[in-house]
Design a binder for this molecule. Structure first.
Ligand code: TMP
Length: 211
């Protein structure tokens, strides 16, 4: 796999979406082919699973199994083939979200999530390496500010309607994932103007030599 895989993470309301589009434009301006995708989702099957995960009540284990099932299909149908073609894959959320939301947020066992991660992300190229982002941009924003930004924005889904305390736990989950893999992560201070956030995003991607 010789493409470039970048994931975007953060609690709901952290404001990552516009920066994903801007980064896609930057890569395209350099002649790279970009696959813009998201999780849960990115294939017809995974988008169906997304609707269930975001709307239907279920326990944390069911959520975890469904997001990993969606991820498996997404990797095999979209992510791994695009990376094998040398493309840039920009993914709005990936496995760190499962650790943050189902693990830290909902209290599902972290160790079991690690086992699922190792199964689902086993590399189709048999290299023994997991399919993991080369860079994960974590948009870090205090849960209280994210709540203000989300208020009245649109009809909230199952996660967006969780109380602030839930998002504090989710943010702690992201911090734990960063601590476990500081090489892969870049923490972006999302409590700034959009221009300042974008400048930090560009800087993080440049410092990896990707832009
Ligand atoms: P989005 O609104 O950023 O597209 O994300 C969809 C929601 O799904 C968001 O609230 C986070 C949640 N989610 C999980 O709970 N577990 C996961 O593994 C992923 C990828 C997302």
């Amino acid at each position: 796999m010789n493409g470039t895989f970048i994931s975007f993470e953060g609690i709901d309301g952290a404001g990552k979406s516009t920066h994903i589009d801007s980064l896609a434009q930057s890569f395209r301006a350099q002649g790279r082919v970009v696959t813009l995708t998201r999780e849960p989702g990115g294939t017809p099957l995974a988008e169906q699973l997304r609707q269930m995960v975001l709307n239907d009540p279920m326990d944390a284990m069911t959520e975890a199994l469904l997001v990993f099932a969606a991820r498996r299909d997404h990797i095999r149908q979209v992510i791994a083939p695009a990376l094998a073609r040398g493309e840039v894959v920009l993914c709005d959320r990936f496995t760190d979200a499962t650790f943050a939301y189902q693990g830290a947020g909902r209290g599902f066992d972290w160790q079991t999530l690690s086992v699922l991660e190792s199964w689902v992300q086993a590399n189709p190229d048999q290299s023994g390496r997991l399919v993991q982002p080369d860079l994960t941009l974590w948009f870090d924003l205090p849960a209280s500010i994210a709540a203000q930004r989300l208020a009245g924005a649109r009809v909230p889904d199952k996660f967006e309607s969780q109380p602030q305390a839930f998002f504090e736990k989710v943010a702690n989950g992201y911090a734990l994932r960063l601590a476990a893999d500081t090489e892969r992560f870049a923490r972006i201070d999302a409590n700034q103007t959009p221009a300042a956030v974008w400048s930090d995003v560009e800087q993080a991607v440049r410092s990896k030599g990707f832009l």
